[in-house]
Write a protein that binds this ligand. Sequence first.
Ligand code: SF4
Length: 438
Amino acid sequence: MSAVNVTLQPRPDLDASVDHAIQAIVAGSSTASTCTTDLATGPWDFDTRPGYGPGSSMGDVIPTGAPRQGELPAEYREASEEELDVRVRAAKATLGDRVVVLGHFYQREEVVVHADYVGDSFQLANAALEHPDAEAIVFCGVHFMAETADLLSRPEQAVILPNLAAGCSMADMASIDEVEECWEQLADVLGDLDTPDADGLVPVIPVTYMNSSAAIKGFVGRHGGIVCTSSNARTVLEWAFARGRRVLFFPDQHLGRNTAKAMGVPLEQMPMWNPRRPLGGSDAATLRDSRVILWHGFCSVHRRFTVGQIDQARAEHPGVRVIVHPECPMEVVDAADESGSTDYIRKAIAAASEPTTFAIGTEINLVQRLAAQFPQHEIFCLDPVVCPCSTMYRIHPGYLAWVLEALVAGTVHNRIQVPADVADPARLALERMLAARP
Ligand code: SF4
């Protein structure tokens, strides 16, 4: 899988910047709405407080001990957008091939313009592999993505997350302690989880979405399990069903449910596991009869999309093509014309030969960028409220300038390193995914 090297050519009258849209809303020069006017403030105002900050996941509970970002020096907080742009370009030019900057599809436009590669988390981790001589990989995404890049990069390469507070509320919904506890409870109900039955199947195979911590990927690797992405979830579930009676899928219940449902698994055989309740809130008989046990996790960005929004889009735009991400709730995926990963959405739009109206159910930064990149189509976000991923939004250009200028001066800020005892089994789970074939 190769990453997407994007050359942005925005239409002059169409600004892809979500930040500009939010600033215009707050200034009163736009009639659009945002989920919170706090988005107009620099993320450093929130870095010292527990919480995900303003945006889609601001209501989610941040785990105790989540990394916090120290104070960003005033020269970066106070610099204008133009000044930061010049400083980032200058630092990148000085560093040359010594650094690779990766930008996630959901990242702010002001940061993405500096990225050498733009893509989803796994595409970007692979892009880093194409630069084995780079000393530093600056990952403009969220924490689990930087961990994955560290797993796949050479030990001497420093993977840098410009703002340590850029976590992922979905990944944080499955902690290693909760997953270990779940595993023990499942063993009480299902018996020895490592011993295959007469058909050669173990009672349960753990499957984790890429959007999970390295500790969770390591757990999966140690217990015969595998990682999946939103592009290969079906292939991975087939791999797991060839080896186990059932699957424990975490952290995203929606990706698990939508994928298993499309494979014909009945909903009544997909109980939810709520880590705060005994037996996940289920019972022994239901767990024994299950095919997929769904962890009680979700993405607060994709949870915002509703069937009502789709109905409205169809009413206002006859012939609209509705594409949503599989992290959306099942009823939204069912009501859409298509569902697929960010890469699927981008390719579907790129492949449309006739001018088309697209209503897209995924993060607003990607939707606005696609709208600017494909002016022959009308492309809009299903959610009428401007509400980006809170955590991705923490990577402001000020942080990018700070880490790059530090590299020029010989200092590495915010290095993300996965300990070896976690990294080895986590890599094994990733390797199983790469080897899995439909
Ligand atoms: S969009 Fe959702 S899954 Fe992706 S980083 Fe943000 S909170 Fe996490």
